[in-house]
Design a protein around this ligand. Structure first.
Ligand code: NOJ
Length: 591
């Protein structure tokens, strides 16, 4: 034993001193799959294209734009919910999982869409909303009827004779409560979102199997996967222990991560879902990862666990919100923190699993208004710069409709302009508290009001930007004469054509998909610089996130081979110093 220890020690020291260069191990290519190589384009169907003049986008509208969608070069389309729904939360309140929302069309329309997409080599991913249903779903209608109804245990009920249940927040309720009293059976039911969205009880195996049957039904129809709405929330501590407001306030997101979601059986359910459904198809699965932490992410997506493929975290999009205010944005958010978030998340998936990258979606303000600069001077440069970021990072990019033409926040002046249940509830909260309503409206213009990202697609300069012949359900952004597909299509160096170019660059260069990522000069306040390396292929990516000239010294530039993309005409390099113009984005191939 005495001899063995020094031997082991020597071996340990030797193996550490002679460690291979850090990135050697990172260069190993993760197992290749289509969904890692895909660029996903998200369509909010309500706002994409209306063909019947009711002011609401529809499936026929998406079909009419398939050539456009294909022209982007993307591979997968994720549709926000299109199922039967009374639309309390624009389809995130489903009353019939196997029907199409009337305003959107019919199942025949859907079949035609799927066929049309597949003929063009595009894949279709649906939204799966199974933490809750609508209160108008037949299961809930039954569940309400009596305490001994066979559907009672499909939801979470709390008998009133036990007293009031412990506080749970209800995200879209002005009184903030996640429990609603129902006098019919003298009981409260749980709803993490609005009272129109009662939470399903996943502890009931009947519920789980109903969901799996429904998922199989859609996958057998031929869809290519699911984006799973608030999936960590399906499992919760159903003893409903007391949570104080102070607990929740400790960490705004802790409320989901620690207290309300990710319950003890979460991964049993996901494994079961995988074996009953997902494993039977060549499909992709994406977890909406509210409640997904760096420390827990691999539990969802480590391929050896057989659960899901990818998740999207909230750390990036939560950066810069001012605590104590509803999604109020600090204009001086820090690029250094931004870089750290994306770099730390990249590290999570260094050896296992797979990540995602996004800057906008239907729950977020427009990416150019929030992370770029939507003034006329810089809107195009900064949109292109953000596109360069999204399509040059490791992880599957999720790109939101309208960002490819640089659509901006809505800048609505009045609560009457908003349609979103969340913004309206938050406004009511401010009103009840006697707060400053005008300030709230101002904050929402640049902050997080979800309707900022939901205004109708701007196709051309005709009435309502060519979105509808009727009255749009949500006002079209006033800037549609300047910002629209028709004019961007015609202009060679438009944001739209830059997006197409960037998608092509990613597709043609596996290094941009699978290559190891290395952050350079983490502390630089204006410039985000990184390399991507795959075997002998190396790229250097430089992004100036500021509205002024900025420079960076990088020895990597000395081995520059060529410039692969640039959102300006040229780039100024003196020895190892690169001078970037405001919002300049450049990708170099280097040796
Ligand atoms: C997350 C969705 O993205 C959001 O739009 C929705 O309101 C909630 N989940 C509730 O389903």
């Amino acid at each position: 034993m005495k001899k063995i220890i020094p031997l082991l020690l020597a071996f340990f020291m030797f193996s550490h001193c002679n460690k291979e260069p850090e990135n050697k191990a990172e260069i190993s290519v993760p197992s290749k799959t289509w969904w890692k190589e895909a660029v996903v384009y998200q369509i909010y169907p309500r706002s994409f294209k209306d063909t019947d003049g009711d002011g609401v986008g529809d499936i026929k509208g998406i079909i009419s734009k398939l050539d456009y969608i294909k022209s982007l070069g993307i591979d997968v389309v994720w549709l926000n919910p299109i199922y039967g729904s009374p639309n309390a939360d624009n389809g995130y309140d489903i009353s019939d999982y196997k029907a199409i929302m009337k305003e959107f069309g019919t199942m025949e329309d859907f079949d035609a869409l799927l066929k049309g997409m597949h003929e063009k080599g595009l894949k279709l991913v649906m939204d799966l909303v199974v933490n809750h249903t609508s209160d108008e779903h037949p299961w809930f209608k039954e569940s309400r009827k009596s305490r001994d109804n066979p559907y009672r245990d499909y939801y979470h009920w709390w008998p009133a004779e036990k007293g009031k249940p412990a506080f749970r927040p209800g995200a879209f309720e002005a009184d903030g409560s996640g429990w609603r009293f129902d006098s019919l059976t003298n009981a409260y039911y749980l709803h993490y979102f609005s009272y129109k969205q009662p939470d399903l009880n996943w502890e009931n195996p009947k519920v789980r199997h109903e969901i799996y049957d429904m998922m199989n039904w859609w996958l057998k129809k031929g869809i290519d996967g699911f984006r799973m709405d608030v999936i960590p929330f399906i499992a919760k501590d159903t003893t409903f222990p007391v949570i104080t407001q102070a607990d929740l306030d400790k960490n705004y997101h802790g409320r989901w991560d620690v207290y309300m979601a990710s319950g003890p059986h979460l991964h049993d359910y996901l494994k079961e879902m995988n074996s009953e459904v997902l494993s039977k198809y060549d499909c992709m699965s994406l977890a909406e990862g509210a409640g997904m932490l760096k420390s827990t992410a691999l539990n969802f997506v480590d391929e050896d666990r057989h659960e899901l493929n990818m998740g999207y975290h909230f750390d990036g999009v939560n950066l810069g919100y001012i605590p104590g205010h509803f999604k109020k944005m600090d204009p001086n958010w820090s690029l250094v923190e931004f870089k750290k978030i994306y770099s730390d998340w990249d590290a999570v998936y260094k050896d296992k699993g797979w990540g995602t990258i996004y800057l906008g979606n239907h729950d977020q303000p427009r990416m150019v208004s929030r992370w770029g600069n939507d003034t006329p001077k810089f809107r195009a440069y900064s949109s292109k710069m953000l596109t360069t970021f999204l399509l040059s990072m490791r992880g599957t990019p999720y790109y939101y409709y309208g960002d490819e033409i640089g659509m901006t926040n809505a800048y609505f002046d009045s609560i009457e302009d908003y349609r979103d249940i969340e913004t309206i509830a938050e406004y009511e909260k401010v009103k009840i508290a006697g707060g400053d309503l005008q300030q709230f409206i101002e904050d929402q213009k640049t902050g997080g009001a979800r309707d900022n990202g939901r205004t109708p697609m701007q196709w051309d300069t005709t009435a309502n930007a060519g979105f509808t012949a009727g009255t749009p359900w949500l006002s079209v952004n006033k800037n549609f004469n300047q910002v629209n597909v028709a004019s961007e299509n015609k202009t060679p160096n438009s944001i739209l054509n830059y997006f197409r170019k960037m998608v092509k660059l990613r597709k043609e260069n596996p290094v941009l998909i699978y290559g190891a990522y290395h952050l350079l000069q983490a502390e630089h306040p204006d410039i985000y610089a990184y390399t991507r390396i795959l075997n002998d292929k190396k790229m250097l990516i430089l992004l100036n996130f500021s509205d002024h000239n900025s420079n960076i010294n990088l020895k990597e530039i000395e081995t520059k081979e060529g410039t692969l993309i640039n959102n300006y005409e040229s780039v100024d390099i003196e020895n190892d110093k690169i001078n970037l113009l405001p919002y300049q984005a450049v990708i170099f191939s280097i040796k």
